[in-house]
Design a protein around this ligand. Structure first.
Ligand code: PLP
Length: 405
């Protein structure tokens, strides 16, 4: 494995100074930073091969199409999908979930039920609520225990003969909890219920094997995986994708158009209307290379070390409250210091060069369940170091007395 310094050298932004201090970037859950190889790939497409995909016979168009389709095959390998046709490019996790809710959800009937969990990101709540504008659907919610783990024991009692769908996050963006997705899917499948897994926080940190999980839908975003913004992935079970109506209409997604009758393209293009972000998609290939060159297990092991070290040191700080203490968790630490407002803590940390996220983290129902308005969240990636954790702890120790007064 490369040394962490060699890895850091690939990220020019990590050299930045903020308020005349070395930046410590601990907002990786919101978006990760991008290595030079990915940005070089973007430049290379713009300067060498930019042409619209799937439309031209000319060389540039064919090269641009090859780059896009090669990333599709790479993504399929990355998550062990049975075929590249089951990989649909979207703008991100949010669009992928909206696609499934809108398209698969159009087949729901009045009186049907879907199950979500209380720790879902708004991206996995609101698209399902939008369906309720046109259909009488009920949404049931699986709660969590005091450690921030799903109450799996309650799941069977939420399932009825009207349950049509379960949508659940693989890893919580607030609590860090890694959910027992395989078990949830197995239980759902015993009742013939399909499951969508929101993998936005899992794909940068865990090995994803959609066949082993037996997931029906698995979605994630490139920008959280050291990749470009504007690119996301929807993996779907072939039989389900085939039966689903198109999500958006336009170019690229048709077979034949007339004013009387239009027929649609085969998978995956049926779901990819319009010009995709083919530049970003080409660059995403390099982000996957970046992860694979280090190895996802090595990335996870490094982040787990940082998580454990940071958690231990934080617990020494008077008044520290950590939300999410599942033994099986990803490198995300949500916290509050005493009764201090999360925003004040985040602002003071920023003045010391430390970038953390504050607020409800697009998980307001979870905040309500925890009885708080928001948290401060520190989250780690492969390029973070123990020294950065030390800087973070020093900063917390410095600001805690001010906040607790
Ligand atoms: N789901 C989870 C668990 C997330 O953490 C996020 C983003 O933070 C999203 C969905 C939405 O991702 P995007 O904004 O890339 O669509």
């Amino acid at each position: 494995m490369n040394s962490i310094q060699q890895i850091r050298d690939q990220f020019p932004i990590l050299q930045r100074r903020v308020y005349d201090r070395q930046l410590v970037y601990l907002d990786n859950t919101a978006t990760s930073q991008t290595p030079r190889s990915v940005v070089d790939a973007i430049e290379s497409v713009y300067f060498n091969t930019k042409a619209n995909v799937h439309r031209g016979v000319h060389t540039l168009s064919q090269e641009a199409t090859d780059l896009q389709e090669s990333t599709r095959r790479h993504v399929a390998r990355y998550i062990n999908a049975p075929s590249a046709e089951q990989i649909i490019f979207t703008r991100g996790t949010t669009e992928a979930i909206n696609l499934v809710a809108s398209s698969y959800g159009s087949m729901f009937e009045n009186g049907d039920e879907i199950i979500l969990t209380v720790m879902e990101h708004h991206a996995n709540i609101v698209p399902w609520q939008l369906l309720q504008r046109t259909k009488r659907l009920s949404i049931k919610v699986l709660p969590i225990n005091e450690r921030g783990e799903l109450r799996l024991d309650l799941l069977p009692s939420l399932i009825t003969e009207r349950t049509r769908f379960i949508a659940v996050t693989h890893v919580s963006n607030v609590l860090g909890t890694i959910n027992p997705i395989k078990e949830i899917i197995a239980l759902a499948h015993r009742h013939q219920i399909p499951v969508l897994v929101d993998g936005a926080q899992a794909s940068p940190h865990l090995t994803i094997d959609v066949q082993d999980l037996d997931a029906d839908f698995y979605v994630f975003s490139a920008h959280k995986m050291y990749g470009p913004t504007g690119v996301g992935v929807l993996y779907g079970r072939r039989s389900l994708l085939q039966m689903m109506p198109p999500y958006q209409g336009g170019g690229e997604m048709i077979e034949h158009v007339s004013f009387e009758r239009t027929t649609f393209a085969a998978l995956p293009f049926k779901f990819e209307a319009g010009t995709p972000d083919f530049v970003g998609i080409a660059a995403f290939d390099k982000a996957l290379d970046f992860i694979e060159n280090i190895g996802i297990e090595q990335i996870a092991a490094h982040e787990q070390q940082l998580l454990q070290y940071a958690t231990e040191r934080m617990m020494e700080i008077p008044g520290m409250r950590i939300f999410g203490i599942a033994p099986h968790k990803s490198a995300v630490i949500s916290f509050l210091i005493g009764n201090a407002h999360h925003y004040d803590t985040g602002m003071l940390l920023d003045k010391l060069g430390i970038a953390v996220r504050t607020g409800h983290h697009c998980a307001q129902p979870l905040m309500t369940a925890l009885g708080i308005e928001g948290t401060v969240r520190a989250s780690f990636a492969i390029y973070n170091t123990t020294q950065e954790v030390d800087q973070f702890i020093t900063a917390l120790n410095r600001i805690a007395p001010m906040l607790n007064n």
